[in-house]
Design a protein around this ligand. Structure first.
Ligand code: GDP
Ligand code: MG
Length: 598
């Protein structure tokens, strides 16, 4: 039967180990098209689709492969997002597969995200096919890496293909292993429909396009379907697959991977991980693993131009159509006026949203420093979730504060053990263990507060190890911490948007640092501006910005108009990101400075 000749798989890898290159090679091989031809075809179909208003995401491609056994197989190659912010999406994409091709760089060996991806694949009971890539590199050590895969991951790597995605070596062997080792989909085409949503995007013309994998039953245009987590019902309008061109189909059945549309207006109605079933002939149980995505990081977004508040609301509402994980609600700040408190999956997610608002909606933003959610237990027993440091209650009212912790895994060559431990210590981490992966490389595990990770942890790790360390983390829960709110006063007024949460052991040091930093970042005003850092009533650090002495233009003596103009333009550009806070002009960087301490 056709079902026995379907193979659904993903490629998983640490970044830069060659996932995209291998995917390109596989597309080339299975479609028997020259690469140039393939690319232009792809683009053609994209342009065409753009005219018709379909958002194309090449996240699940259907391919035909004529195997050595003489049979033709249908492959679905499912792409996974590549960043820790989107771990849940990665795990749902993997849940749509029976197998995973694990690419490991023959020169680099196993890295932190190699392992993280392997765990996700194992959680989803996937058959893992190790591939050792980049064997063409002079520094390649395929046999060492083969041993490492066996020792560190515990996979049998004796049959691992030695490949070069770049040079096109080993591609056919990989495809043959996919045929031989990845199990065919199980499932009953006559049972009630069960299809997993592993991605969804909003399209201006057709509404939401949901990417699905059918586990049981069959789905056709005209079917009435129900989303099991949200209970919402829709009628299917179109069904199809990407080959990688968009091709409409009459049905998708057990093992098939493709997309559906159905006049669905909001991606919140087709949540990643939800199960689609028939509205009438419903499955009794959903597929396992559905989770509502909860934001991990919050920050305030404020329009620099206060009159753009409603535009900002419109922008967020539009983005929300396409982003089920984005959360926002209106808030106001004494310092910044009216804006929105927004919740994100992580920092990358936050940056993407900020950038889209500025670029696509043309709204200049002031963003406050990202914050995690603190669990605050008050002396009267009530519990609060605090996602904005400004809302932290007075310390006298607090029984205890708990903060989210992550388990952070860092891998690097031996020589960086000291550096990594120092960073772990500095970031309030608890050392858990250290293991040698081979004689040259170690894996170090710390438990670290998420708040210490969200800002520049990764940047620091990279720069302190000259780029050699890799890093991954997962949330492990809340732990009590001795945390207090630090307020910043400019010109003797508290600036609520600059408040931050700090561990008591670091509070004096941080207070001093932040005051010095703000002194550098805030331009001189017409008058002297005192800066203070305070915990409650207690001032822990102080400094001041001295008054502006002379007119900047006075520097350009004489009639050098163009230079004057340049200076004025520079000032204007610099002004763009300024916010008037009371009597003081504060630049954007100041709001982020509280977390960037080095
Ligand atoms: P991804 O981040 O895992 O998707 O990695 P890419 O496929 O983007 O590859 C990262 C870099 O490694 C690119 O510069 C590729 O050209 C290069 N690369 C990929 N495969 C090979 C290979 O087999 N040999 C060599 N020498 N370079 C490769
Ligand atoms: Mg890539």
């Amino acid at each position: 039967a056709r079902q026995s000749r379907i193979r659904n798989f993903s490629i998983i890898a640490h970044i830069d180990h060659g996932k995209s290159t291998l995917a390109d090679r596989i597309l080339e091989k299975t479609n028997a098209l020259a690469q140039r031809e393939m690319k232009s075809q792809l683009l053609d179909s994209m342009d065409l689709e753009r005219e018709r208003g379909i958002t194309i995401k090449l996240n699940a491609v259907q391919l035909k492969y004529k195997a050595k056994d003489g049979e033709e197989y249908t492959f679905h190659l499912i792409d996974t997002p590549g960043h820790v912010d989107f771990t849940y999406e990665v795990s749902r994409s993997l849940a749509a597969c029976e197998g995973a091709v694990l690419v490991v760089d023959a020169a680099q060996g196993i890295e932190a995200q190699t392992l993280a991806n392997v765990y996700l694949a194992l959680d989803n009971n996937l058959e893992i096919i190790p591939v050792i890539n980049k064997i063409d590199l002079p520094s390649a050590e395929p046999e060492r890496v083969r041993q490492e895969i066996e020792d560190v991951i515990g996979l049998d790597a004796s049959e691992a293909v030695l490949a070069s995605a770049k040079a096109g070596i080993g591609i056919e062997e990989i495809l043959e292993q996919v045929v031989d080792l990845v199990p065919a989909p199980q499932g009953d085409p006559d049972a009630p429909l069960k299809a997993l949503i592993f991605d969804s995007v909003y399209d201006a013309y057709r509404g939401v396009v949901a990417y699905i994998r059918v586990f049981d039953g069959t789905i056709k245009p005209g079917d009435k379907i129900k989303m099991m987590a949200t209970g919402k019902e829709f009628e299917v309008i179109e069904i199809g697959a990407m080959t990688p061109k968009v091709e409409l189909r009459d049905e998708l059945t057990v093992g098939d991977v493709g997309f559906l549309t159905g006049a669905i207006k909001n991606v919140g109605d087709t949540r990643v991980g939800d199960t689609i079933t028939g509205a009438k002939n419903s499955a009794t149980e959903a597929l396992p693993g559905y989770r509502r995505l909860n934001p991990m990081v919050y920050c305030g977004l404020y329009p620099i131009d206060a009159s753009k508040f409603n535009d900002l609301r419109d922008a967020l509402e539009k983005l929300e159509l396409n982003d089920a994980a984005l959360q926002f609600e209106a808030e106001s700040s004494q310092a910044l006026g009216f804006g929105f408190r927004c919740g994100f999956l992580g920092l990358l997610h936050m940056e993407i949203v900020q950038e889209r608002i500025e670029r696509e909606f043309n709204i200049d933003l002031i963003t406050t420093a990202p914050s995690v959610i603190y669990d605050v237990i008050l002396t009267d027993g009530t519990e609060l979730k605090v996602d904005n440091p400004a809302n932290m209650p007075e310390s006298q009212k607090i029984e205890r504060v708990e903060e989210p912790y992550v388990k952070a895994t860092m891998m690097a060559p031996n020589e960086f053990v000291g550096t990594i431990m120092e960073l772990g210590q500095k970031k309030r981490g608890n050392f858990v263990n250290m293991e040698y992966m081979d004689e040259n490389r170690v894996s170090i595990v710390y438990e670290i507060p998420l708040s210490e990770i969200v800002y520049d942890f990764f940047d620091q790790l990279k720069s302190n190890t000259r780029g050699y360390a890799s890093f991954d983390y997962e949330l492990i829960g809340y732990r009590p911490s001795k945390l207090v709110k630090m307020d910043i006063l400019l010109n003797s007024e508290t600036v609520d948007a600059l408040s931050f949460i700090v561990h008591t052991d670091f509070s004096y040091e941080r207070g001093k640092l932040i005051v010095e930093k703000l002194k550098k970042l805030i331009p001189r005003q017409q008058f002297e501006v005192p800066i203070q850092a305070a915990i409650g009533q207690k001032i822990v650090a102080r400094s001041s910005i001295s008054a502006m002495r002379k007119n900047v233009l006075a520097k350009c003596y004489g009639g050098d108009i163009s230079r004057k103009r340049k200076l004025l333009e520079k000032q204007k550009a610099g002004k763009k990101r300024m916010k008037q806070v009371g009597s003081v002009e504060v630049p954007q960087e100041a709001f982020m400075a509280v977390l960037k301490m080095d």
